[in-house]
Design a protein around this ligand. Structure first.
Ligand code: IPM
Ligand code: MG
Length: 364
């Protein structure tokens, strides 16, 4: 089959990790007879420097026509001026909104061979395997009013945690669909004891639950959830939450896996269902790590895992997705480690070597 892919390497280590993911994709294409047509474009700081904007209209239009987008990372000290008119992150937010990428999937899986490379006790994190569904185009990030103004008493600012029942319904459905194929347990995270938007969220979640009698719905307050992630993460399976809560909780959750370099993400424009192709943007959850850039250091596994998610959700190629995941498993089992997950007795490799070994196995 033929697939059209926009590749946005971005800034910092982005280009390095994306190169390795592309290697793996090519190996899969060769093995299974698919053609992945790649169109490489700029995003973030790289786009600000070359095109004057964090993502150009042209790039957005090309993304709209493609089957999927693969992104590295955006940002860096060069573009960090708080007074700057345009920031690398604007490119990401603009893409999420204008491409309708409302569902952000962030799986957190602790690999058994990496339990010793985290800050938590091995017995707490061994076997952890859950997925966060984060709403990505609403809430405080985009709600209006969003502004600053001057009053007689001083400066004021407001952001709005705004949600419609439709927005809540479609994201909660994503949670139920995923939960249905996992442990059939969905946790909806909110702050219904204080926030009106959370009370609507909870009400809609209860309404949608009627369509999923096979899934148990539990409500969890966001503060309690942040505690549970550390205290007993094995309790968690599928979670759904609004944009800002999801942003914060997923950074926290990423620490369970030992390194941000191990966590992929998918941002989808629809509800994932087996056999159906959904447009999506795929990126590692780590940032651009400017201090590590250009040194063949960065861990490409998060980006390669994101590519597996792309094969699954945007190309409906489940077998190929599993082949990539198995290649990663095998390579870790054989003891290969980038610096961020290195431990005694293992074989330290760089970004390119890690990519080569995984691509070799994925293509076998
Ligand atoms: C993330 C990031 C982004 C967000 C930033 C870079 C705008 O933290 O994807 O979690 O806040 O959503
Ligand atoms: Mg974040």
């Amino acid at each position: 089959m033929d697939f059209n892919l926009i590749v946005l390497p971005g800034d910092g280590v982005g280009p390095e990790v994306v190169d390795e993911a592309v290697k793996v994709l090519k190996a899969i294409g060769k093995r299974y007879g698919h053609n992945f047509n790649l169109n490489i474009r700029l995003v973030g700081g790289a786009a600000i420097d070359a095109e004057g904007t964090a993502v150009s209209k042209e790039t957005l239009e090309l993304c709209k026509k493609a089957d999927a987008v693969l992104l590295g990372a955006v940002g860096g000290p060069k573009w960090d001026d708080p007074l700057a008119k345009v920031r690398p992150e604007d490119g990401l937010l603009e893409m999420r909104k204008s491409l309708g990428l409302f569902a952000n999937l962030r799986p957190v899986k602790v690999f058994p061979m990496l339990v010793d490379s985290t800050n938590l006790k091995p017995e707490v994190i061994r076997g952890v395997d859950f997925i966060f569904v984060r709403e990505l185009t609403g809430g405080l990030y985009f709600g209006k009013p969003k502004k600053r103004w001057q009053t007689e008493k001083g400066r004021m600012a407001v952001d709005s945690m705004l949600y419609s029942d439709k927005e809540i319904e479609r994201i909660v459905r994503v949670g139920f669909e995923l939960a249905r194929h996992r442990q059939k347990k969905l946790i909806s995270v909110d702050k219904a004891n204080v926030l009106e938007s959370s009370r609507l969220w909870r009400q809609v979640a209860i309404e949608v639950a009627k369509d999923y009698p096979d899934v148990t719905l539990e409500h969890m307050l966001v503060d309690a959830c942040s505690m549970r992630i550390i205290q007993n993460p094995k309790y968690l399976d599928t979670l759904v939450t609004e944009n800002t809560f999801g942003d914060i909780l997923t950074d926290e959750a990423s620490m369970l896996a030992g390194s941000m370099g191990m966590l992929p993400s998918a941002s989808l424009a629809g509800v994932p269902q087996a056999g159906i192709k959904i447009f999506g943007l795929y990126e590692p959850i780590h940032g651009s790590a400017p201090r590590r850039a250009g040194q063949n250091l960065a861990n490409p596994i998060a980006t390669i895992m994101s590519t597996a998610m792309m094969l699954r959700y945007s190309f409906a190629l489940e077998k190929e997705a599993k082949a990539v995941e198995k290649a990663i498993d095998d390579v870790l089992n054989e003891g290969y480690r980038t610096y961020d997950i290195m431990s005694e007795g293992k074989t330290r490799v760089g970004t390119r070597e890690m990519g080569d070994i995984i691509a070799g196995k994925a293509g076998e």
